[in-house]
Ligand binder design. Structure first.
Ligand code: ADP
Ligand code: MG
Length: 263
């Protein structure tokens, strides 16, 4: 579904993504791992249109989508979850979901302005869909709670829920497990598997929690220093010499840095 070819993204002289090439197969839950600073988030941001690449190509189903802005990718079904913006914290979880399609159909709504009945029917349809999404994610009981008042893990589920309000094909998740307790992490994992199996979503998931990666992802791609180091099953990648070296390498570098900092 996605093909990344010799992608570069430099910041000044620094090569955050330095010639990365990879493929994400339709229907897969592909894991992306690698030590801190490997360029994973930068790669996601380039694919999802938030950053322009320095050079290289991104294709979706064979079509060149390099450098397209996020809203155009959104219409093609390529979504990257993002944190619920601060200003939406005072809105309920249900309203946060209802906003997603609403924001995408301004023109349709404008046309429908002359028919209040049509608007009302559309709003009802979206409300029902939002309730379905919350049920699917097992957080229906949070429908009327303010988004700012739910836990970190519940927010991650709500972010995932936003992708279900539109017809997503591929969803990019960056560190869904960060700061989330084990139970909710399992719920998030279940939701991902069900979206994959029942609704045909393709996923690409960055995550540090290797149990989470092992449970969900095949294949797993490991990046280091802006490049793809290895790809395979979790076990193949975990046992790959280059991967072990990359993790040890940054581990050592960080240790040296720390010792330096502490004198
Ligand atoms: P990862 O997600 O794998 O931890 P990132 O993609 O966040 O890695 O970062 C890769 C490298 O690029 C890091 O060294 C980071 O400091 C650098 N980097 C990321 N974004 C910027 C930026 N906007 N300006 C300068 N350097 C950046
Ligand atoms: Mg990152």
């Amino acid at each position: 579904m996605i093909e990344v070819i010799d992608l570069h993204r430099h910041f000044g002289g620094f090569r955050a993504v330095d010639g990365a090439s990879l493929k994400i197969a339709t229907g897969s839950i592909t894991g992306l791992i690698g030590p801190n600073g490997a360029g994973k988030t930068t790669l996601f941001n380039v694919i999802a249109g938030r950053l322009k690449p320095t050079s290289g190509t991104v294709r979706m189903d064979g079509e060149d989508i390099t450098g397209l802005p996020p809203h155009e990718l959104f219409h093609k079904g390529l979504l990257r979850t993002f944190q619920i913006a601060h200003e939406f914290g005072s809105m309920s979880c249900l309203e946060n979901l209802m906003m997603v399609p609403a924001g995408q159909m301004g023109e349709t709504l404008w046309n429908a302005w002359f028919s209040r009945k049509a608007v009302k029917a559309e709003e009802e349809r979206i409300r029902e869909k939002a309730h379905d999404v919350l049920k699917f994610l097992t957080i229906d009981h949070l429908a009327d709670q303010k988004a700012s008042q739910i836990s970190g893990g519940q927010k991650k589920l709500l972010e995932l829920g936003r992708t279900m309000m539109v017809d997503a094909k591929i969803v990019f998740l960056d560190e869904v497990g960060a700061g989330v307790n084990r139970t909710l992490l399992n719920t998030i994992g279940d939701a991902i598997v069900r979206l994959n199996e029942e609704r045909g979503y393709t996923f690409c998931v960055i995550e540090h929690d290797m149990d989470f990666i092992a449970r969900l992802c095949n294949p797993v791609i490991c990046m280091a220093e802006g490049k793809v180091l290895a790809e395979g099953t979790v076990d193949e990648v975990k046992n790959d010499e280059r991967v072990i070296e990359a993790y040890l390498g940054t581990g050592l570098k960080n240790k040296v840095k720390e010792e330096h900092a502490h004198g």
